[in-house]
Write a protein of this length. Sequence first.
Length: 63
Amino acid sequence: MKSEEEAVEMYSKWSLEVITTERNIGTEQLFKKVVMEEEKHFEIFETEFLNLQKFGQQGTEKG
């Protein structure tokens, strides 16, 4: 989960740097899409983590 959070921060920082220096709309849109995807990943991992804390590992495959 931490890696997803770090990815969101990293892509957000890079996008601001590129947008500010390059002023390229296509690049800005690409970075926005990447950041939004990483935010979704983070939300999924966070939900799963909270579910594991709440319910434990019941119902997961062991193997």
